[in-house]
Design a protein around this ligand. Structure first.
Ligand code: CO8
Length: 270
């Protein structure tokens, strides 16, 4: 089966498990618009293959990042720093659409996180069914450091995953948490020593699930997604609007420029 070719991703299918690796290590796998478009294409190809007629060639998906330093360090700050508010809302919606596609996929999608899963990276992991992490993993929604808000579903899925109080604290402070804290909060299901151990453990769990009746697993996933679906969809709309508003502020220009110039941002509230 042909799952397409990609320039910012690797997609391998082995023993009915697809491994999707975001591959932009020079930018810590940041989600450029090209990555977002390719994620859409890859998950669509996987979705199209999930049929009774095709014999379910993919029964589980692992999402990970290349390079050994990051899962995904967020949206591409270089690209977004120049965006106008409407363009930013459009970008936010395009990645939100990818996260909804992941949730609708009739097979489990598991994030294997080693290194940084920040901002859009944490949001990509949160759209997956669950997360396994290495001891070197870091999670956070650091958008406020840039004058931004989460834009790829974090305002909705982080509270769903860890509860309102911890989600509010993480989003308002932009603080990073390590794997042990992420485990304590229920953000990740398991912590393993190294990247290789994480990849092996995810594969093992997906292989265990692949032995079950695929339609039953798909229905179970669909039912869980539906239970939170309506509030997720409404929340994502509000999030994209908030993203557009943040892009109309001077502080957002200052925050992203300061990151690129490797200095501390000076926020003035404008
Ligand atoms: N975007 C673009 N480039 C990045 C990003 C990013 N998110 N993160 C890192 N890079 C680049 C750096 O600029 C650097 O490039 P260069 O070598 O050319 O200077 C390279 O990757 C290596 O990074 P560092 O030198 O910074 O590596 P460190 O080990 O010193 O630090 C960190 C690692 C802590 C992960 C640091 O890179 C960092 O703080 N990155 C940004 C994390 C962040 O703020 N992420 C959130 C981004 S905003 C977001 O995700 C919003 C989601 C919704 C968007 C909706 C858009 C409309």
């Amino acid at each position: 089966m042909d799952f397409g070719s990609y320039s910012t991703l690797h997609l391998d299918v082995n023993d009915s498990i697809a491994t999707l690796t975001v591959n932009r290590p020079e930018a810590l796998n940041a989600l450029s618009q090209e990555v977002v478009a390719e994620l859409w294409k890859a998950f669509t190809a996987i979705q199209d293959s999930c049929t009774h007629d095709a014999g379910w060639p993919v029964r589980g998906v692992m999402v990970t990042g290349a390079g050994g330093k990051a899962f995904v360090a967020g949206a591409d700050i270089r690209e977004i720093s120049a965006m106008e508010p409407d363009e930013a809302a459009e970008y936010s919606r395009s990645m939100q659409a990818v996260t909804l596609l992941i949730e609708k996929l009739p097979v489990p999608v598991v994030a294997a996180v080693d290194g940084f899963a920040l901002g859009g990276g944490c949001e990509l992991a949160l759209a997956c069914d669950f997360i396994y992490a290495s001891e070197a993993a870091w999670f956070g929604q650091p958008e406020v450091n840039l004058g931004l808000v989460p834009g790829f579903g974090g305002s909705v899925r982080l509270p769903q995953r860890v509860g309102l109080g911890p989600a509010r604290e993480l989003i308002y402070t932009g603080r990073r948490i390590d794997a042990a804290e992420a485990l304590r909060l229920g953000l990740v299901n398991r912590v393993l020593g190294t990247r290789e151990e994480v990849l092996a453990a995810v594969r093992e769990t997906l292989a265990e699930i692949a032995e079950k009746a695929p339609a039953a697993v798909g229905l179970a996933k669909q039912t869980i997604s539906k239970a939170t679906g309506r509030s997720t969809a409404n929340g994502l709309e509000d999030e994209a609007d908030a993203f557009r508003e943040a892009f109309a502020t001077h502080d957002m220009r200052e925050g992203t420029r300061a990151f690129l110039e490797k200095r501390a941002a000076v926020f003035t509230g404008r």
